[in-house]
Design a protein around this ligand. Sequence first.
Ligand SMILES: Nc1nc2c(ncn2[C@@H]2O[C@H](COP(=O)(O)OP(=O)(O)OP(=O)(O)O)[C@@H](O)[C@H]2O)c(=O)[nH]1
Ligand SMILES: [Mg+2]
Length: 323
Amino acid sequence: MDIADLRDRILKQDRRALARAITLVESARPDHRAQATALLDELSKAGKQSLRIGLSGTPGVGKSTFIESFGMMLTARGLRVAVLAVDPSSARSGGSILGDKTRMERLSRDRNAFIRPSPSQTHLGGVARRTREAVALCEAAGFDVVLIETVGVGQSETVVAEMSDLFLLLLAPAGGDELQGVKRGIMEMADVILVNKADGELKSTAMRTCADYSGALRLLRKRPQDPDGFPKAMTVSALEENGLSDAWGEMTTLTEWRKQEGHWAYRRAAQAQFWFHEEVRQGLLARLEQGDAPQLLSKLDAKVASGDMTPGQAAKEMLDRLS
Ligand SMILES: Nc1nc2c(ncn2[C@@H]2O[C@H](COP(=O)(O)OP(=O)(O)OP(=O)(O)O)[C@@H](O)[C@H]2O)c(=O)[nH]1
Ligand SMILES: [Mg+2]
């Protein structure tokens, strides 16, 4: 593959080149990995930045519907929008973004939108790297907004938050006692909580739920990256396309403030460091499966089990061999 050519085409916003490059970063083949790394390195020199928006919500809350209407609203304003997903398990059999491409019918036909299904994967670490690299490719291809969706299984919210500039939590209208069902850690990650389905019979419940979450957000510890009034809860209807431009207005206000105050750059730098450490960790773990490491491990395993070696001694010998 001609990496320089691929780079040039991506920088010229060629969608097919972008799709090919994403396939390249998804590949597990060592030669592909080397090419992907070289390509990403080249593209990072262009220094383009999108607004990366992470979006999480339980199955059925309306993520796909929201992405479709929100995405259409953004493209109508002349913005280019890419949609990616972190989908660490097969937990959402019916709800994969691949099936969603048909549900996001209007958006997937929009020339200013790019929707990429998540590769099916069991290993969150692998999905995280691929998605993060796909985000970087979309940025280089000049997308103004990159939406990263996750259904929030296990640690996937944290993964998405670590690659986003803004984190949205989509919630359903619910009785007050269900408020506790949202884990505190996830609430703490949110910049904007959107209570969806604020329409028809659900409207008044949605408004009550929104008030409950506004109250809950005020009780959280103040974060340095927030101006007054953030994080905030709002109601939307993805179906009736209500509240979407208000939500976008709040997102831009927050983003501009963060850029001005240096929080944006600081967070991007911290995220780069986080992923650097993560890659090192993953690389070290991979070494345990390479060369004669597995044999040595099982040899030492036997010695630990028989009491010939302490766990500490055995670990030291193993680590010495790996370095
Ligand atoms: N009344 C109402 N229904 C909505 C709204 N948004 C989504 N829905 C409905 O909720 C159901 C689930 O919507 P999806 O967009 O598929 O939800 P999802 O979060 O993508 O679900 P998964 O992909 O399974 O995780 C569908 O029947 C939608 O029509 C809304 O704003 N109002
Ligand atoms: Mg969906």
